[in-house]
Design a protein around this ligand. Structure first.
Ligand code: ADP
Ligand code: MG
Length: 252
């Protein structure tokens, strides 16, 4: 049976400023939803609030996985419930190798008293790296330390491949990528896509959606979803720009 991630009339504030102003969206495993919108409209705020970032206050509304609210639980428990966020700006962690970082993340996801088997871990890690066409040398480098934009995003996808979430929110995974890196990253996501994974792709540009084809496209404007459609909506946006949506809103 498909799992569902339900966002219900969500309001999010940073300090006393409301950024997300009543946003609702349901994503099922097996579906890819794109959220598009101009800069500053609250896309990153939405994803970070759902992941449980402490700077973002959810003032009303709810987020549920399979009917159970995740708002009362810590970010690590949300990850255990199946949530994953690929950051728009992944942090650099000098001194911590990718192999150790992902191992710690997997260990943290496991239950009390469970021990991650090292041999099985490396087998899985190398298998996923092969699938994503990542060089073995990559694992001994410190997380994102001096990485190019493309390498950072590939590191996010590798974490996602290893953590096997049910719901992945990918925040502007395409930003800062040249066309080759974009292709490698989207190939990776396309390999991970499937019945067991629901994806929210956040993107400013339509370009990424040529590679990762969404089932649904939503336009976010000033903290809300103001328009939804299928993949043709993304093409329409590319052709007409976000000002077109704004004009439609004013007319309505
Ligand atoms: P988007 O991802 O759509 O570009 P953001 O969610 O990053 O939009 O930002 C929405 C609004 O919230 C912007 O006005 C931005 O300046 C503000 N904002 C985002 N993060 C913070 C923060 N940590 N502190 C203060 N303001 C923030
Ligand atoms: Mg953003």
């Amino acid at each position: 049976m498909a799992s569902s991630l339900e966002i219900k009339n969500l309001h999010v504030s940073i300090g006393d400023k409301e950024i997300v102003k009543g946003l609702s969206l349901t994503v099922k495993t097996g579906e890819v939803h794109a959220i598009m919108g101009p800069n500053g409209t609250g896309k990153s705020t939405l994803s970070k609030a759902i992941a449980g970032h402490p700077d973002y206050t959810i003032t009303s509304g709810d987020v549920l996985i399979d009917g159970k609210s995740i708002l009362g639980i810590e970010p690590d428990e949300r990850a255990r419930a199946g949530l994953f966020l690929a950051f728009q700006y992944p942090a650099e962690i000098p001194g911590v190798s990718i192999a150790n970082f992902i191992r710690a993340a997997l260990q943290a996801k496991m239950g009390e008293g469970e021990e991650l088997d090292a041999t099985a871990y490396y087998k899985k890690l190398y298998q996923k790296m092969d699938m994503l066409q990542i060089d073995r040398k990559f694992t001994s480098r410190a997380v994102n330390d001096g990485f190019s934009g493309g390498e950072k995003k590939r590191c996010e996808i590798l974490q996602m491949a290893m953590l096997e979430p049910r719901f992945a929110m990918m925040d502007e995974t395409d930003s800062g990528l040249d066309i080759d890196a974009l292709r490698i990253v989207s190939d990776g996501v396309n390999q991970l896509k499937g019945d067991a994974l629901g994806v929210i792709m956040i993107t400013h540009y339509q370009r990424l959606l040529n590679y990762i084809v969404p089932d649904h496209v939503h336009v976010m404007w000033d903290g809300r979803i103001v328009k939804s459609g299928d993949k043709s909506l993304a093409l329409e946006l590319e052709a007409k720009g976000y000002e077109w949506v704004k004009k439609e809103l004013i007319k309505a």
